[in-house]
Design a protein around this ligand. Sequence first.
Ligand code: SF4
Length: 189
Amino acid sequence: MQENNTKRLDEIKDQVLHCTQCPLHKHRIHAVFGEGPYDAPIFIIGEAPGAKEDETGRPFVGRAGKLIDELLQEYGLSRNKNVFISNIVKCRPPKNRVPDKKEVNLCFSYIEKQIALINPGILVLLGATALKSFTGTHEKITNVRGKWWKEDGRVIIPTYHPAAVFRNPAYRKFIKQDIQTISDQYQAW
Ligand code: SF4
């Protein structure tokens, strides 16, 4: 990783931590930049921080985060080694509601810059908000998960948000299948 990119990412982190661009900053304890190596080949994108993330300033540290970490570990993937993990919006929406279009639009440049600088080969979109924000599609995540495609030289893999498993335990096996796909693409990368 170029020293310059590390410096730019640290600058963006600082901007995120102090950002007041949208009303979500009024309710947050911490903005959550993301976590993982700055040269990670895999970049996982969720929706928004939840209560634990807001409290700690770290992404995916609640129940859903533990589940995704556990499933990734089974394939030798982790945020300590080869995965960067972040969200479409960096501040927690009140009561964990879905971020609205205006909030997503105002925050989107941060994730765009993170992707450009980290330059991952594989982008994983967790859940409907990440899928819609990236592709503009109105397709349901159920219809596109299990498929992958290439865009701007990157492999894009959509899957369920791990929080969905707590509403429907059957989704666990689908997320596992999609992590197998991530792992296969990583081996081939
Ligand atoms: S959600 Fe994004 S745009 Fe809104 S205040 Fe937080 S960092 Fe800024």
